[in-house]
Design a protein around this ligand. Structure first.
Ligand code: FUB
Length: 311
C-alpha cells in the first residue's frame, strides 16, 4: 500500500488520492455531493439521479424525485439512511417535475437545516427554481419541510456557510453566483442578495461552495467555458467578497460528464474534495456517482490541483 501511495504522490505532484474505491456509492446514482462533518461522522447529502421513464422526467435531462442521506465514520463504509425529502411531500414543490437538484445541509442551535432547490407549484413565484428548507433534530432525518420556499431567492445549488462570528450566509446560482446573509432562524434572508464580485464574468458558474481556512474565504464553483465544467476557486477576506480568481481545483473531465459539483471538508485533520462523475453511466452523463479524493494546500494557501483517482 505504501508503495502505491508514494507512487501516486510522485505522479500527481503531491495531491495523492488516499481512496481507491471511487465511486463511493453503488446501487443508486448519487450526484452533487454536499458533505458535512457532524460529530464523529461524515454525512453525504447528494442529489439522486434516476433513469428517465415514460411519465417520469424529460428524456435526455436530469431526473430526480427525492434525496437520500448517507453517513460514514471512515469514508469507506457508507450507510444509506433512506429518503429524507421527496418532491411529492413538500407543500410548495410542483410535484411532477423530477427536479430536486443539488442540496446542502448545516447544523445550528441543535437543528439540522436541509436546503434544496425545486420548481415551485405557485406560478406567481415565476418560472425556474426556488429554494426551500427542511428541518430535523437528527442529521439523518426525519426532515420536516417548511411550507414555503425562502423569499427573495431564485435559483439552484444552495450552499450555507456559518462564519466564526455566528453569521450565516446562503449562496446559490442562477448563471452567476449570489450570496446573502441568513437570519438566525436559518429560514429567511437577512440582507438583499448580491452577485459575488470578481468571479470570472464569462461562462456559466454554478454549484457554489464556500469554506474558510486560516482566515481566507474560499469560494469554489464549477465553471463552464467550453461545454464541460471545471472546478475553480476564488479567495477573499469576506464571505460575500469581493473575491479574486485563484486557480483550478479540478480540470474538465476528458471523457464526457459535462457537470461537476463538489464540496470540501476537513475530517480528522485531512482535507477532502467530494465531486461527481458518470462512472456507472458512461453513455449518459446525467446519471452520476459521487467520488472522493484528498485535497492539499500549499504553504501560501493556494490549492493543489486534484487529479481524479481511478476506480
Ligand atoms: O444535478 C443537477 C444540476 O447539475 C446541479 O444543480 C448542477 O450543479 C449540476 O451538477
Amino acid at each position: 500500500l505504501s508503495f502505491f501511495l508514494i507512487l501516486s504522490f510522485l505522479l500527481t505532484g503531491g495531491s495523492c488520492a488516499l481512496f481507491a474505491q471511487n465511486p463511493l456509492i453503488s446501487g443508486q446514482y448519487t450526484a452533487d455531493p454536499s458533505v458535512r462533518v457532524f460529530g464523529d461522522k461524515v454525512y453525504l447529502y447528494p442529489s439522486h439521479d434516476i433513469p428517465v421513464r415514460p411519465g417520469k422526467g424529460r428524456p435526455g435531462w436530469f431526473c430526480m424525485e427525492d434525496y437520500h442521506v448517507f453517513s460514514s465514520a471512515n469514508l469507506t463504509d457508507w450507510t444509506d439512511h433512506g429518503v429524507i425529502v421527496s418532491q411529492n411531500k413538500v407543500p410548495w414543490v410542483k410535484s411532477d417535475t423530477y427536479s430536486m437538484w443539488a442540496p446542502d445541509c448545516i447544523f445550528r442551535n441543535g437543528k439540522y437545516y436541509f436546503y434544496f432547490p425545486a420548481p415551485p407549484a405557485d406560478t406567481t413565484l415565476g418560472r425556474g427554481f426556488a429554494i426551500g428548507v427542511a428541518v430535523s433534530d437528527n442529521p439523518a432525518g426525519p426532515f420536516v419541510p417548511e411550507p414555503s420556499p425562502i423569499k427573495n431567492v431564485k435559483g439552484i445549488d444552495p450552499n450555507v456557510f456559518i462564519d466564526k462570528d455566528g453569521q450565516a450566509y446562503l449562496y446559490w446560482s442562477q448563471g452567476h453566483i449570489y450570496g446573502a446573509k441568513l437570519k438566525e432562524n436559518m429560514l429567511d434572508l437577512a440582507s438583499e442578495p448580491v452577485i459575488l464580485q470578481k468571479l470570472p464574468e464569462k461562462g456559466l458558474k454554478e454549484g457554489p461552495y464556500l469554506f474558510e481556512r486560516n482566515g481566507i474565504y474560499y469560494m469554489t464553483y464549477p465553471h463552464v467555458e467550453n461545454k464541460i465544467e471545471r472546478l475553480e476557486y476564488a479567495t477573499g477576506d469576506n464571505p460575500l467578497g469581493p473575491f479574486k480568481m485563484a486557480g483550478v481545483i479540478m480540470d474538465e473531465s476528458p471523457d464526457g460528464c459535462w457537470t461537476n459539483h463538489h464540496s470540501v471538508i476537513n475530517f480528522k485533520g485531512q482535507w477532502y474534495l467530494f465531486y461527481h462523475h458518470n462512472d456507472y453511466s458512461p453513455s449518459f452523463d446525467k446519471n452520476r456517482s459521487v467520488r472522493l479524493d484528498s485535497l492539499f494546500f500549499n504553504a501560501d494557501g493556494t490549492i493543489r490541483k486534484v487529479v481524479p483517482s481511478l476506480r
